[in-house]
Design a protein around this ligand. Sequence first.
Ligand SMILES: *Cc1c(COP(=O)(O)O)cnc(C)c1O
Length: 361
Amino acid sequence: MARVYNFSAGPAVLPEEVLKEAADEMMDYRGCGMSVMEMSHRSKMFDQIIKEAEQDLRDLMNIPDNYKVIFLQGGASLVFAEVPMNLMKNGKAAYIITGQWAKKAAAEAEKYGEVVKVASSADKTFSYIPDCSDLDIPEDADYVYICENNTIYGTKFWELPNTKGHILVSDVSSCFLSEPIDVSKYGVVYGGVQKNVGPAGVQIVIVREDLIADGPAFKQTPTMMDWKTQADNDSLYNTPPCYGIYICGKVFKWIKKMGGLEGMKAHNEKKAKILYDFLDQSEMFKGTVEKKDRSIMNVPFVTGNADLDAKFVKEAKEAGFENLKGHRTVGGMRASIYNAMPIEGVEKLVAFMKKFEAENK
Ligand SMILES: *Cc1c(COP(=O)(O)O)cnc(C)c1O
């Protein structure tokens, strides 16, 4: 068996321990004689899996009791529609545009109401986070929306926007569980799980109870996308993505063992520092993002020469470093160094970059 260092932006690397455990339990989950894929979602076995997953997530993120945790399906992109369908009661929302995912979320919300774009970093190809300390947010906006870590461009909100009393909705898909956050500062925290938490297709929505108490914003909201119905049914309104939730649960336990979110933060900061320190002194490779806004999950970089970029990606792949090609809209390279990427993976990548630089002067 040969495992590569997988720098994919998503679906992405998972902890080897989790994969091995899942393999061990594949044919016979804890003596019940079947795989988790084969068991009823109404069974005692699965009930324990989903309840434990929720509790572990609550422990890890310190989620207050007045927040619901729901495991749904459809990925983060379906949440782009769920957000307005559940929350746009005044028919208006403020969006901060810091990249493709925020843009897509805003475009989706425009189908259901008025979207006011209160800030954007489009003027410099999303290479920074705009100043959000004093935005012109309409009084009657139902919420303020951000994409907290911009997977494609490699920026991160290190300070949350001043929402002037409006609730904050945040897409944390690519920084989920990478560090502690204060959930009480948000109305909704959500993410697709395939970046940092588990297999593609599962979405986790953490929503303040009072925001959904009266049901969705529109009576046409599909039942599957109605957060109140889903919360009232403990994510079991229909058959949930059982196997995906089971893997997420294992990842939660792995993170607990690694020291919780404080442990993850230290681990992630260490990896990011190794890579950024190298980029900052390299004469060939350059980071593309304003230093103060750098993500510690997604690190885009370029040589400034498209042919050299392509040569690097090709030779890196041959050396066992996978998925370093930048997003198709940006070019260059991007190393995604999520929770499950070991420090050794980043150290070896930097050693490889040094060697490449020396050989291609
Ligand atoms: C990947 C990603 C998405 C889209 O996720 P899907 O599950 O493919 O819909 C949305 N937002 C962010 C920040 C992402 O990184």
